[in-house]
Design a protein around this ligand. Sequence first.
Ligand SMILES: Nc1ncnc2c1ncn2[C@@H]1O[C@H](COP(=O)(O)OP(=O)(O)OP(=O)(O)O)[C@@H](O)[C@H]1O
Ligand SMILES: [Mg+2]
Length: 163
Amino acid sequence: MKGGSGAVLNKSMEKNYEGSFHIVGGDFSRAGEASTELKSILQSLGIEKEIVRRASIATFEAEMNIIIYATAGILRYVITPEEIRIIAEDMGPGIEDIELAMQEGYSTAPEWVREMGWGSGMGLPNMKKNSDEFYIDSVVGEGTRVEMVIRRQIFSEGRSNDH
Ligand SMILES: Nc1ncnc2c1ncn2[C@@H]1O[C@H](COP(=O)(O)OP(=O)(O)OP(=O)(O)O)[C@@H](O)[C@H]1O
Ligand SMILES: [Mg+2]
């Protein structure tokens, strides 16, 4: 990938694919690059459209939050026959009140970020909505880690919006 973004596709395992992208905080010129790349990897593996859609939305929102709020981050993915696991980890300010940050419409995005069309406070809720499993962990002054699992079997039990 161009610009040293660090996309690494490891095909050594027979059925598992994994790789990572480096994301630079503040670099809006590359907004969406990692999630677009992951989307094409998922498509090239023939993964079902709806699963690709959910994974892409979740990844894009995680990528944008690193660009907007953090200094730097890594977005890792692991694709197995059962699931797509996406881990977004950053060095940054962290989140003081995760429960508040998870609420729809809550945003601390500054005005100039809102003028670019971001900062609706919908990213984290959308990540959760599009994942079957969603974990968020943050340490103020250190950074934030989000882990999301999207199961590939659509009718598998425990889908977040089934109950
Ligand atoms: N990686 C992060 N590091 C630090 N703070 C974060 C991070 N991700 C989210 N936040 C905080 O949580 C708030 C809510 O995040 P969320 O993604 O839901 O909305 P947003 O980024 O403000 O707007 P949108 O995603 O709709 O463009 C953010 O405004 C910010 O305060
Ligand atoms: Mg966001």
